[in-house]
Design a protein. Structure first.
Length: 482
């Protein structure tokens, strides 16, 4: 194995045998043995399920890599194969260095042992001597912050206490490779903050991080690369931002397919209801010896109008956008307080973002939104027309027009203006924009019509000799002597 690599995975596959009944598993083992004795192949009583199929990737030492995908995509199976707690059906996994893993809540802990005993047992499994564990024990205890419960059996621990101790053991040994699988979700906010700080410190010191989470913001900020798994295969591998975009596209496709199936089901029920009503009418007419009404139905009313033209936007936007495209964002422009186009601002400046849109179908219940991220991927702010509508409808804002209630005819062009005081620290910022259909006047039933990553960029700079501050946001703080 090349010394530059922390993890190498090559043609890795994992197949599970699925039995309909527990007894079939016993029958399979007996039949297999008997048939082998007489030189015949055993008839399988199971179905094969491939959790992973032909996975290949390399992770360089010091890299932070996220694993993303829907439930059942093979993420946890992949991590268990890398850690060695599962055997592969085919392929190989190689790791270079000490591996610390937090895969399942309390995995590796004996519930009958005390927390203290489990610390020493886990440390020994990870290759530490008793003296080395003694040197780290106070740090582990401080990080876990479970107090006197350290001398109680872990079966008495809450889920939060269990993950605190488990995580403390793994990170305090300063591993070469740290693998974390959704375990931090059960911790409280303060503990999660400490965990992210510790993982960030480990990354800075050269630890390789393999991180699985459904929290896209955590993946974006904690990792620089990501692998998107779908149905046990690698759908995409690249930068975290690009992988998350592909993941959101996939989620949108799945949701669109589900909604389409629901719509088809409702359409079929409506058709059946029309047929049943027509039959009743015909039956009543026949009983009254009246001429039967025409059974011909005018299908033009339910015909779906299909526009053969595809909304025209640049190849670059195609690569960074997705949605049903019943409407599209045509342009995103930024202006300063004088109404002039601008891309560089002072934290005290007023910023105007103009989003120009066009509908390709008759629509209502729309929300036009934007999201601002810094170059590290941290979401600084998000807002949409629906946010303002919610404030007006609840009485938290002055009465005004409700954008959500507007009707838009096919082919309508309109613009939405967003204004704000910049208030952010020096950095490069990305604007993401979206058009969604919201089933209710709050964020509950959403259909993505058009989403664009990297729709626009701007920079913020301070004046070091006259107006300057540290951090990501300008709190307009003042100070004075009392």
């Amino acid at each position: 194995m090349c010394s530059d690599f922390a993890i190498q995975v090559k043609n890795l596959s994992k197949c599970y045998q699925i039995y309909d009944r527990p007894s079939d598993r016993l029958k399979q083992s007996i039949y297999t043995g008997l048939r082998r004795l007489v030189g015949q192949n055993a008839k399988p009583l199971f179905r094969e399920f491939w959790a992973l199929r032909d996975i290949t990737f390399d992770i360089v030492k010091g890299e932070s890599v996220g694993i993303i995908g829907q439930n059942g995509s093979g993420k946890s199976t992949l991590l268990q194969l890398i850690c060695g707690t599962l055997n592969a059906t085919s392929g190989t996994v190689k790791t270079n260095g000490r591996v610390a893993a937090l895969l399942e809540l309390g995995s590796g802990f004996n519930p009958e042992f005390t927390g203290r005993e489990n610390v020493y047992m886990n440390g020994a499994v990870l290759g530490l001597s008793e003296a080395e564990i003694n040197d780290r024990f106070d740090e582990i205890l401080t990080f876990a912050d479970i107090g006197e419960f350290i001398d109680q059996p872990t079966k008495t621990y809450s889920s939060g206490m269990l993950v605190r101790l488990a995580f403390a053991v793994q990170v305090c040994i300063e591993p070469d490779i740290l693998i974390v699988d959704e375990a931090l979700a059960v911790g409280d906010a303060l503990f999660q903050k400490r965990c992210f700080e510790r993982m960030d410190r480990l990354r800075t010191n050269g630890t390789t991080l393999l991180f699985v989470s459904h929290d896209q913001e955590s993946v974006r900020t904690m990792t620089n690369k990501a692998i998107f798994l779908e149905h046990g295969v690698v759908k995409f591998s690249g930068t975290s931002a690009d992988a998350l975009l592909e993941y959101r596209k996939s989620l949108h496709e799945v949701e669109s397919k589900r909604l389409s199936q629901v719509a088809e089901h409702l359409k079929e029920k409506a058709r059946q209801a029309r047929v049943a009503t027509q039959e009743k009418i015909q039956q009543a007419a026949a009983e009254e010896e009246k001429p039967e009404p025409s059974t011909a139905q005018d299908n033009t009313a339910v015909a779906v109008s299909e526009d053969s033209t595809t909304p025209a936007f640049s190849e670059r936007l195609k690569a960074y956008s997705f949605g049903d495209l019943d409407a599209e964002v045509l342009d995103v422009s930024l202006f300063n307080a004088d109404g002039e186009p601008a891309s560089n601002f002072d934290p005290r400046d007023k910023v105007t973002v103009l989003v120009r849109c066009k509908t390709h179908a008759a629509l209502n219940h729309l929300n036009v939104g934007l999201r601002i991220r810094n170059k590290e991927g941290v979401k600084m702010y998000s807002w949409g027309t629906l946010n303002q509508d919610m404030a007006i409808l609840s009485g938290a804002a002055e009465p005004g027009d409700i954008f959500w209630q507007r009707e838009f005819a096919e082919g309508s062009e309109f613009s939405v203006k967003f204004e704000f005081i910049c208030g952010m620290g020096p950095n490069l910022y990305e604007i993401q924009v979206s058009i969604t259909e919201e089933g209710k006047p709050y964020y509950a039933e959403q259909r993505m019509i058009h989403w664009i990553d990297e729709a626009a960029f701007f920079t913020v700079n301070t004046q070091p000799q006259s107006y300057h501050f540290g951090g990501v946001a300008d709190l307009r703080m003042v100070s004075g002597l009392l």
